[in-house]
Design a protein around this ligand. Structure first.
Ligand code: DQA
Length: 146
């Protein structure tokens, strides 16, 4: 299978910001571990990060129009809580998307408990640190039966 792992706003600073919340591993280190996991399973993975909402929308469109992957793991960062544009883009595509968060968003500030993305996602994983990404891929593999 082929997966696309997308990270949104501020996730490029993972391992360099709020380490007590998001951990010490950088996004490159996390991506290397995800790549190793996918390789073990004979799966392919592509990574994408942007701080720009429209670029994330474009990447979702590209995945759909060019059929680049079977499933998408998406940590949209703070966009999760208010981006109707990303919600509509996820709803527009026929590729399953797993909303993913490093932290447990339900155990934090009130505004993080709202996601405008969850309703249009296949599933949601949060709270397992960098392990959330691996859990999301494992969930997609189980759901897609491959
Ligand atoms: C996050 C949680 C969001 O609320 C926050 O805005 C982020 C990261 C997470 O991975 O835990 O930037 O998506």
């Amino acid at each position: 299978m082929k997966f696309l792992v997308m990270n949104g706003v501020n996730l490029n600073l993972t391992g360099k910001r709020e380490k007590g919340v998001y951990g010490n591993a950088t996004l490159d280190e996390i991506n290397a571990r995800i790549a190793a996991y996918c390789e073990q399973n004979g799966d392919q993975v592509e990574f994408y990060q942007s701080n720009i909402e429209g670029e994330l929308v474009d990447k979702l469109h590209e995945a759909y129009l060019q059929k680049t992957c079977d499933g998408i793991v998406f940590n949209a960062g703070a966009f999760t809580h208010y981006s109707y544009a990303l919600r509509d883009a996820i709803a527009a595509i026929d590729i399953p998307v797993v909303e993913t968060h490093i932290s447990n968003v339900h155990a934090r500030e009130e505004f993080r408990k709202t996601s405008v993305l969850s309703e249009v996602c296949k599933g949601v994983v949060c709270g397992f640190g960098e392990g959330s990404y691996i859990a999301a891929i494992a969930g997609l593999k189980a759901a897609l039966g491959k």
